[in-house]
Design a binder for this molecule. Structure first.
Ligand code: SF4
Length: 478
C-alpha cells in the first residue's frame, strides 16, 4: 500500500475500496515485467544459502510474525519473506514481508546478532517508492529486534544500494500519517492522469474516463503534478481559463521561466479552440525551410529495442522517393540477439546509398542509438557525424513550434490527430518487446511480421507528421 501511495495517492484508495470489476486486465508487457521481476528476485535469492522461510497458515499474519521471530531468535542466517508486524495508531496493524532479512554481528534483543532488511527490485535506480518501503521494513524490524539496522538494502537490476534511514524515516512518518488520512476518507483522492505513472496502472481506464468526463486539467500537456496546485490556487481549473491568463502572472506564480508559461498558454488555446496554434514569439516559429527540409529522396527511421536484453533488434527505414512517387520499407532485423551487429551494418549500408537524403525520426532515441552503436561496433568507413547531421527530430520540431489539441505529443497522438491510423490498433513499443520475446521462444514468424508492420506504420506516421508540419509552416512562409 505504501509503495503505491508513493506513486499515486488515489491508487492506494482504489486498491482498497475500488470495485475490482473496473480494473483493466494486465497487459502483456505488465505480465512480462512481472515475470522478469520474479526471475531477477530468484537469481538474487539463489545467492543466499541456507535460506529459511517461515511457515504459517495463509493470511494469518500474526502467526507469520511469530514464526519469523522464532527464526530470528534462533539466529538463522537469512530469511525470505519473513513477516514483521507492529502496532500503528487507532488500532491499525502495520505489516511488511521483506524479500530478505540477513543476519549481522552486533547487539540486539536477540543476542549478539541482529538483522538487516533487503528488497529485491528489477529497477535500475533506487526509486523513492523502493526507499520508502525499505525504510518501513527497517522500522518494523527495529520494533522486533530492539535495534535499528544501520541501513536497509536494495538489490537493484545491476547494483546494490543502501537506503539512508536518517533521511527516509522522517519521510516515512509523514507518508504513514498521510496514508491514514486517505484511507479514513469517504472519497477517492482527485484523479490526475500522468502518463509516466498511470501507464501500467490497472485503474487507468477508470481514471481516464473520470478525467475526460470532468475535463480534468491533467489531460493538458504541460500540466504536471507539481504545477497543478498552483494553477488551482490561481483559479485556473479549466482549459478556457488557462487559455486567457496573462503569461507574466503565470510565470510569477509558477516560478518557472517565461517560455514555459507561454507554452502552457498556447497549449490551452489549442485545446480550447480545437486548432493548431503556432508558438509565435518563442524563437522557434515560423520554422525556416531548412529546419524541415524536403528532398527528392527522404528517409524515415524508427528503431525497435529490447531494453531488458540491452538489444537493438530492428532498424526500420522507409525510403520515400518523391520524384518517382515510390515508397520502399526496409526492415534491418536481428532475428536473433547475436545479429545486432549485422543489422547495424546493414542499416549503415542502406543509409550510405542515399547520402543526400534527410533522415527523419521521432525523439532523440534514434540519433543517440546510432551514435552508441557506432562506438560499439564501428562504422565501416561511414562518417558518423556526417550521418547524424542528416537526422531531423520531427518531435522536437513540432513541440518547439506549434501547439496542437492533443493530450500528448507522443507519435500516436500526433499522427492520429492528423488522420493517420496504425494497422494494428493495439500495437505499441512495449507490446513489440513482448512480440519479440514470443518470436524468440516460439519461432512463430507471425510475431516478427506484426513487429515489422508496426515499425513500418511508425515510419509512415513520422512521414505524415512531417508532411503536416511542412504544410503548416509553409502557410507562414508566403
Ligand atoms: S490511473 Fe493514474 S491516477 Fe488513476 S489510480 Fe492509477 S496512477 Fe493513480
Amino acid at each position: 500500500m505504501l509503495f503505491q501511495y508513493r506513486r499515486c495517492h488515489r491508487r492506494t484508495y482504489l486498491d482498497t475500496y475500488g470495485d475490482p470489476a473496473l480494473k483493466d486486465p494486465p497487459s502483456d508487457y505488465f505480465v512480462k515485467l512481472r515475470q522478469d521481476s520474479a526471475d531477477h528476485r530468484q537469481s538474487i535469492l539463489n545467492q543466499f544459502a541456507p535460506l529459511s522461510r517461515p511457515r504459517y497458515e495463509r493470511h494469518d499474519w500474526e502467526a507469520g510474525a511469530e514464526a519469523t521471530y522464532c527464526m530470528m531468535s534462533e539466529g538463522v542466517e537469512s530469511i525470505h519473506r519473513g513477516v514483521l508486524v507492529a502496532e500503528g495508531p487507532d488500532g491499525i496493524r502495520y505489516r511488511t514481508e521483506p524479500d530478505l532479512l540477513v543476519k549481522q554481528h552486533g547487539e540486539s534483543w536477540l543476542g549478539d546478532w541482529y538483522y538487516v532488511p533487503y528488497s529485491i527490485k528489477l529497477g535500475k535506480k533506487a526509486k523513492p517508492e523502493y526507499q520508502l518501503t525499505a525504510a518501513f521494513s527497517a522500522y518494523l524490524l527495529a520494533e522486533a529486534q530492539g535495534v535499528w539496522p544501520e541501513t536497509a538494502g536494495l538489490f537493484l537490476r545491476d547494483k546494490q544500494y543502501s537506503v539512508n534511514l536518517e533521511r527516509y524515516v522522517p519521510k516515512l512518518q509523514a507518508a504513514l500519517d498521510d496514508c491514514h488520512k486517505i484511507m479514513a476518507s469517504s472519497t477517492a483522492p482527485e484523479v490526475f492522469i500522468s502518463r509516466n505513472r498511470c501507464g501500467l496502472c490497472p485503474w487507468l481506464s477508470h481514471c481516464y474516463t473520470e478525467a475526460k468526463a470532468t475535463k480534468h486539467l491533467s489531460l493538458l500537456p504541460g500540466v504536471t503534478l507539481p504545477r497543478y496546485p498552483t494553477l488551482v490556487a490561481l483559479g485556473l481549473t479549466t482549459v478556457e481559463a488557462l487559455a486567457e491568463v496573462n503569461a507574466t502572472r503565470l510565470t510569477t506564480a509558477l516560478g518557472t521561466e517565461h517560455h514555459i508559461s507561454e507554452k502552457l498558454i498556447y497549449q490551452a488555446q489549442a485545446t480550447a479552440h480545437d486548432t493548431a496554434v503556432p508558438r509565435l514569439h518563442t524563437g522557434y516559429f515560423p520554422l525556416e525551410s531548412h529546419q524541415v527540409p524536403t528532398a527528392d529522396i527522404e528517409l524515415y527511421f524508427d528503431i525497435e529495442a529490447a531494453p531488458d536484453k540491452d538489444l537493438i533488434y530492428l532498424h526500420g527505414v522507409l525510403v520515400v522517393d518523391n520524384e518517382k512517387q515510390q515508397q520502399i520499407f526496409h526492415a534491418l532485423l536481428a532475428e536473433k540477439p547475436e545479429e545486432e551487429e549485422k543489422a547495424w551494418f546493414e542499416f549503415l549500408s542502406l543509409v550510405d546509398r542515399y547520402p543526400d537524403a534527410p533522415i527523419y525520426h521521432f525523439c532523440p532515441y534514434e540519433a543517440q542509438t546510432v551514435a552508441r552503436l557506432g562506438q560499439l561496433y564501428g562504422t565501416n568507413g561511414t562518417d558518423i557525424n556526417g550521418l547524424l547531421n542528416r537526422f531531423v527530430d520531427i518531435h522536437k520540431r513540432v513541440v518547439d513550434s506549434v501547439a496542437l489539441p492533443v493530450e500528448s505529443y507522443a507519435l500516436k497522438h500526433l499522427a492520429r490527430w492528423m488522420g493517420f491510423e496504425w494497422r494494428d490498433e493495439d500495437a505499441n513499443g512495449a507490446q513489440s518487446i513482448c512480440w519479440y520475446d514470443d518470436w524468440l521462444t516460439t519461432g512463430d514468424r507471425t510475431y516478427l511480421d506484426t513487429i515489422l508492420r508496426y515499425n513500418e506504420d511508425d515510419c509512415q506516421a513520422t512521414y505524415r507528421v512531417k508532411n503536416w508540419l511542412v504544410e503548416f509552416a509553409q502557410s507562414f512562409w508566403q
